[in-house]
Structure formats: C-alpha cells, structure tokens
Design a protein around this ligand. Structure first.
Ligand SMILES: *Cc1c(COP(=O)(O)O)cnc(C)c1O
Length: 354
C-alpha cells in the first residue's frame, strides 16, 4: 500500500534534551490509517501532528475499545538509528487487536508505516546519552454510536515523542507498595494485552501509593491477593538464593519484551531463572531467611528498575541494601548496551533503519 507523506510547513523548534522528561513533546508528524468494513485498512498517511477529527459519540470514548503499544528508537554511539525487537511489538499489537475484537494490521504494512514515519523524523531522535525517541502506536474505535458492540470503523495512529534519559544520575532504586485492595487485571480479562482499559483500573492505587511516598505499586493476583503479577506497568523479577524468579505468564500478566530479553540473557549467562507463580509470602520469608537478594521491574521505559524498598501489610523491607543488585545492574548494562550499539547485537534484536 502506498503511504502518502504530507510535510508540515511549520516545523517546531526541538526542545533541549535535558528538559524532555517522558511523553511531553511530540515530533512534527504522525501516521494515520483508517479502517472500515468495505475498504479494510486504507489511506495510510504521514501528516503534520495535530488534533484528530473525532465525533464525540466515537465508541472509543464510551466503551474503551482502544489499545496501544510502546517501543523506542535509539541513536547509537555509532550515529546509526536503531529499533529493538519491534517485530515483537507488532505481533503483540495484533494479539491486543484480536482480544479487543479489532481487525488486525498486516505486519509488513505496520512495519512500513513505522519506518516511513521514523525516516521522516530522523532529526527528532535525541543525541544525548540515554535519551531516545518513544514510539506510541495506538488504535481507536471510531463509529459514532452509543450501543454496546464492536465498532466497524477504526483509526490507527503512530505518535513519536522524544524522551529524556530515564535515570539522570545513574540507576535509582524505588520504593514499592504492595497493593492489597485494588487489582490490575483478572483471569480471562485484558491483563495480558495492552488495552487502554487496564490502566484505568490502576490509577487510584497509583495515586494512593504516590501520596504515601511510593513510586509504584506491586500488583497481586485478583483471586487470592497472594501471587505477584506485576510492578506498576512493568514485569516483576526477584532473586532468591541465587535463582532469578519471575511470575509465569498467564492471562493477567503482560508478556513484556524486556522480560523476555532478560530471561534470554540470564539463560545464556547460565544464571538459573524460573518462570513460575511467586507468592508475596515466599518473598517475605526469603527476606526473613536472608535469601532475598534482589527485586526489580522490567519494561521499555526504564529497562530495569531495581526495588530498594518493598512495603506489604505494614511491613517495610530493604532489598539489596537499597542499592542496585548485581543481576539488575548487569541486565541493565547489557540491554542498554545493545540498544545504543555499544555492545554488538548477536541475537538479531536490533535493526538499523537510518
Ligand atoms: C508494557 C507493559 C510491560 C512491559 O512490556 P515491555 O514490552 O517490556 O515494554 C509490562 N507490564 C505492563 C502492564 C505493560 O503495560
């Protein structure tokens, strides 16, 4: 399919890298593509970034038929622009589509859209250390209709946002509150896909935790409030007595690409790593026995985020002396090294696109 490119006549000044933060600035252009039952996906186009024409009755605004992805483009130390495992993001996007009863997008077309937009905006990829270009693909239901059913028309959008270094003064461990009241996702629900609706369920607990001085919440399973599922919008890892543990994937855990990359590296390094249910009691008894060595979260934004403090049922514990454990540190250095081209990619994880 031919993608048309309409360039803006008024390019924006680019913000300095040190004020970027996360998700606050957007590049000059975006990608749009429509779907309707007659034409399927059609009219793929790069256009100037701007407001969407959207009927106030559009179904996404009422019933949450909306899904997204999140990935990054990196300006390597060799000056080349790279993507990391983006085909996995495309596949996960389509799994989200299937779960939300939305027509899938052909992988080759998605890739073409992504690379066309990225190549239009090469100048927008930050140059300073650890800054990157965040990519937000998303899809919304656009039928103007208030009945509850799947929409017939959709809009697919790609936005690009230059983002600053996640850690300004080196990796900083966080304090995490183990949430025992609200739950993020239920078995059979939307937890294993990137549906916008999942995040709405998490906001109240996140605000409460923030007010208590915590960076994020740790989510427990919805049924028994016993098994760890995720940390904020990241996957959870523990190191107990030399073994790395991460909750097994089920339909309320999001299969993170960073999680999978970490498991892959750990196995190559010969570090024992298990995917299985991990109860919060197991974590606290390991702590009591002096065997809880590390806890960290993994995701595209931070890559690896060590947990320095965990608070569950009024009991606060300090992990890895409140610092960065050796496994978290090595995973962080290895993954960011591959992403920024400091370490050769021997696994076919990166693709140079400009
Ligand atoms: C996106 C996301 C993750 C991490 O996935 P990555 O592919 O590693 O970025 C983990 N948990 C939730 C709930 C997420 O939305």
């Amino acid at each position: 399919m031919n993608i048309t490119v309409t360039k803006t006549g008024a390019p924006k000044p680019k913000p300095a890298d040190d004020i970027l933060g996360f998700g606050q600035y957007f590049t000059d252009h975006m990608f749009l593509m429509n779907h309707d039952p007659e034409k399927g996906w059609h009219d793929p186009r790069v256009v100037p970034h701007g407001p969407l024409p959207l009927d106030p009755a559009a179904m996404c605004l009422h019933y949450g038929q909306e899904l997204f992805e999140g990935l990054k483009a990196y300006r390597g130390v060799d000056g080349k622009l790279r993507l990391f495992r983006y085909r996995d993001n495309i596949r996960r996007f389509n799994r989200s589509c299937a779960r939300l009863d939305v027509p899938l997008i052909d992988e080759a077309l998605f890739r073409d859209a992504l690379l066309t937009l990225l190549r239009t905006e090469t100048d927008w990829t930050p140059r300073s250390a650890d800054a990157s270009l965040y990519i937000r693909p998303y899809l919304i239901a656009t039928d103007p209709f208030l009945g509850v059913r799947s929409s017939k028309s959709y809009l697919f959008i790609l936005l690009l946002s230059p983002v600053g270094a996640y850690y300004k003064g080196g990796i900083t461990p966080t304090s995490i509150y183990v949430e025992t009241e609200d739950v993020r996702a239920v078995r059979g629900g939307l937890g294993s896909v990137k549906a916008a609706a999942n995040y709405a369920a998490t906001l109240r607990a996140q605000t409460r935790a923030g007010a208590g001085g915590f960076a994020q919440v740790m989510w427990l399973d919805a049924l028994e409030r016993t098994y760890v599922e995720e940390i904020g919008t990241s996957n959870a890892f523990f190191v107990i007595d030399g073994t790395v543990l991460t909750p097994a994937l089920n339909d309320s855990v999001l299969p993170g690409i960073t999680r999978d990359s970490c498991l892959c590296l750990l196995r190559e390094w010969g570090v024992p790593a298990e995917e299985r249910p991990v109860s919060i009691d197991e974590v606290y008894s390991a702590y009591a026995d002096g065997k809880l060595e590390e806890c960290f979260a993994t995701g595209t934004a931070a890559v690896v985020s060590p947990v320095g403090q965990l608070c569950y049922a009024g009991q606060s514990i300090t992990i890895a002396g409140g610092g960065v454990g050796p496994i978290a540190g090595k995973l962080y250095d290895s993954l960011t090294g591959i992403q920024w081209g400091r370490i050769p990619d021997t696994r076919g994880w990166t693709e140079v696109y400009a």
